[in-house]
Write a protein that binds this ligand. Structure first.
Ligand SMILES: NC(=O)c1ccc[n+]([C@@H]2O[C@H](COP(=O)([O-])OP(=O)(O)OC[C@H]3O[C@@H](n4cnc5c(N)ncnc54)[C@H](O)[C@@H]3O)[C@@H](O)[C@H]2O)c1
Length: 354
């Protein structure tokens, strides 16, 4: 087991990473036997995992709630449903919520935790690769409204994050690849060790060998936790975590957030941002080849030819990163460090996309 941490002061929390099943006492150590626990999960998380988790918790007041899987559950209606349960079971501030699932379950559970009784403890047990390397760390919680994704939310750190590669064995190829896209991101925005590990072990990663998965998860979290601890409320350096996201979000929006996973869209976004970095003279041609080869070695798609500038333009213009009419972009330099800039030739965006 490896222990990392994130956050500062009283909201600092540990992240435990295992390459086998979670140990039996993983939760009991963090909550009194007579306190109440509500496990929130969704219908896509294999039932055997929930059964094993329940068996491991020696608590007298254990409740659970299974949401419908999918993005639509990150809604006001589900929020209300969870709050109703907490009121019905008389949860107080000494009790605990557990988010047991992917980013959808993590985001809505975190948002409920941030607002119920002005804040109640929650533990993240992420079961998708994307949630393990990204959404469970950093304290961003949210629900969606029809006007947009993640428009309502709070920054609210979990009490603890428990990660096990064991959960990843049942993940679909599509969801596994979505998470790998985020792993690649950390390799390209400054984690050189992770970049080397990916370049040396693509087959082992694709085969989901737990020892290598644990290492790439650890390295991803080291990068994420360093950045989010420095900039908890996204006022500066945290922006580099959005590498590939301006183009990626435009691709997701173009597909109505349906046909393509977040990670797959971000992967295409990173290819486009790397091409733009090359056209802007920040990286060499062999470095661009290197980025594309690394992504393809993991079996991820790099072909963004369906998404021309004219098709994505309107979605890019509504991006959160547009300030004073100018789009801020995250690019990479020759040392594979990421930086934010609003200085680029617009023609190079067209070249990168077309
Ligand atoms: N808070 C953040 O910082 C942050 C960062 C990135 C993404 N997000 C959010 O995360 C969400 C996406 O998360 P996601 O990619 O995990 O998607 P998800 O939560 O929808 O999970 C994807 C699918 O995998 C299923 N699943 C979960 N665990 C499984 C397992 N072990 N085996 C088999 N199937 C399993 C789920 O039921 C679901 O059907 C989005 O809502 C996004 O906005 C949040």
């Amino acid at each position: 087991m490896t222990i990392l941490s994130a956050g500062r002061g009283t909201t600092k929390y540990n992240i435990h990473i295992y390459d086998k099943k979670l140990p039996k006492n993983a939760i009991d150590n963090h909550i009194g036997k007579n306190n109440k626990i509500l496990i929130i999960t969704d219908s896509g998380v294999p039932k055997k995992f929930l059964d094993e988790l329940k068996k491991n918790i020696k608590n007298n007041n254990l409740y659970f709630l299974i949401l419908q899987n999918g993005e639509r559950s990150k809604s006001f209606i589900t929020y209300q449903k969870i709050i109703n349960k907490l009121i019905q079971y008389k949860f107080d501030r000494s009790d605990l919520l557990i988010a047991f699932g992917g980013g959808v379950v993590g985001d809505i559970t975190g948002f409920v935790a941030s607002s119920y009784l002005r804040g109640i403890k929650y533990i993240q047990i992420p079961t998708t690769l994307l949630a393990q390397v990204d959404s469970s760390v950093g304290g961003k919680t949210a629900i969606n409204v029809k006007e947009g994704k993640n428009l309502i939310g709070a920054f609210y750190n979990p009490h603890l994050v428990l990660i096990s590669t064991y959960f990843l064995s049942t993940l679909s190829e599509r969801e596994f690849k979505s998470g790998l896209g985020e792993v690649v991101k950390y390799a390209l925005i400054g984690n050189k060790k992770l970049k080397k590990i990916i370049e040396k072990n693509p087959i082992e990663i694709i085969q989901r060998k737990s020892s290598i998965l644990k290492v790439i998860i650890e390295e991803s979290i080291k990068t994420k936790s360093k950045i989010v601890t420095q900039d908890e409320r996204e006022s500066g350096i945290r922006a580099i975590l959005n590498f590939g996201h301006t183009f990626g979000h435009a691709i997701e929006a173009k597909n109505n957030y349906k046909k393509i996973t977040h990670g797959a869209a971000i992967t295409l976004g990173m290819v486009i941002a790397s091409k733009l970095s090359f056209y802007e003279g920040h990286i060499e041609d062999y470095q661009l080849d290197n980025v594309i080869n690394m992504i393809e070695s993991l079996g991820l798609n790099t072909d963004h030819s369906k998404y021309s500038y004219s098709k994505l333009k309107k979605y890019m213009a509504s991006d959160k990163k547009v300030k004073d009419g100018k789009l801020n972009l995250i690019l990479i330099d020759k040392k594979f460090n990421a930086f934010k800039t609003s200085k680029y030739n617009i023609k190079n965006i067209t070249r990168a996309l077309d």
